[in-house]
Design a protein around this ligand. Structure first.
Ligand code: UDP
Length: 249
């Protein structure tokens, strides 16, 4: 352990090339996806991804609120990402902040690329993402949960949207950063992929990378998204093979 000021800086990569949780550089954290977790929503999903716990609920197509957002030729997709005040160790100020507004916007825009919105003019498709426990990569976990909730609600889409963040830790490109890696690493690059076309519909970057590192990151991220895509399809198959969770109350 080294230290910067009062903060302990963990060793992000062991001499054997293993990460703080023992993962390889190209290894995802464990993911568990439960589709249809809520009764009241039209579609829902709960995702546990490493120490992240994220719930997504979808309502619609339904009447547009506020009304002035209504569009005559397509549905509007409204996304609200929220992180619970108890989701992180340090106290987080509850409610809407710039970060949640930004994440809501980029996730909503990503879904605009895959949802067949023209099929439901003058309606709204509302996506709610609630982060109950956060450990980095919550926007990606939110995208995965929302994809599953949209599919569960029967909203027609080109494809599901797997997502993952790639980053740079101790000078190496690593898949699916956890909190310490995000905090003490050199870069963080969340992305969402349309598997069918190979198109990225969300790509953000914090930190610094060379051009080579960027292309290496994109390659690793796409590979990670494809791995997550398989888990998403499996979760949908499980949901519809066993029927609704908890009966039809
Ligand atoms: N985080 C936090 N407090 C906040 C916002 C974020 O502790 O108010 C943590 C949380 O674990 C989050 C991580 O920092 O997952 C990384 O946040 P970022 O904004 O990069 O988004 P994310 O990686 O969750 O998509």
């Amino acid at each position: 352990m080294g230290s910067v000021g009062a903060k302990e800086v963990p060793v992000l990569l062991s001499p054997e090339g293993l990460r703080i949780d023992g993962r390889q550089l190209n290894e995802l954290r464990p993911i568990r996806i439960q589709v249809g977790a809520l009764h009241n929503a039209d579609g829902s999903a709960f995702v546990e991804w490493g120490a992240n716990k994220v719930m997504a609920a979808v309502y619609g197509p339904r009447e547009v609120h506020p009304r002035h957002l209504q569009q005559n030729n397509k549905a509007v997709i409204q996304c609200k990402y929220n992180m619970a005040a108890f989701a992180v160790d340090e106290r987080k100020r509850p409610g809407l902040d710039r970060r949640s507004q930004e994440i809501s916007k980029v996730i909503g825009e990503a879904f605009e690329s895959v949802v067949f919105a023209e099929e439901y003019p003058r309606t709204s498709i509302d996506i709610y993402i609630e982060v109950l426990q956060a450990n980095a990569g919550t926007r990606c976990a939110g995208l995965v949960a929302a994809s599953m909730a949209l599919a569960d609600a029967g909203i027609p889409m080109v494809d599901l949207l797997p997502a993952v963040a790639v980053g740079k830790i101790a000078g190496k490109i690593a898949l699916d950063l956890k909190k310490e890696e995000d905090n003490f690493g050199d870069a963080d690059l969340p992305m969402a992929l349309v598997p069918q076309s190979g198109r990225l519909v969300l790509l953000q970057m914090e930190g610094h990378m060379t051009e080579d590192e960027l292309s290496q990151s994109l390659e690793l991220g796409v590979q990670g998204c494809r791995e997550i895509y398989e888990k998403m399809k499996q979760a949908l198959r499980e949901r519809y093979a066993t029927g609704p969770i908890g009966g039809s109350a």
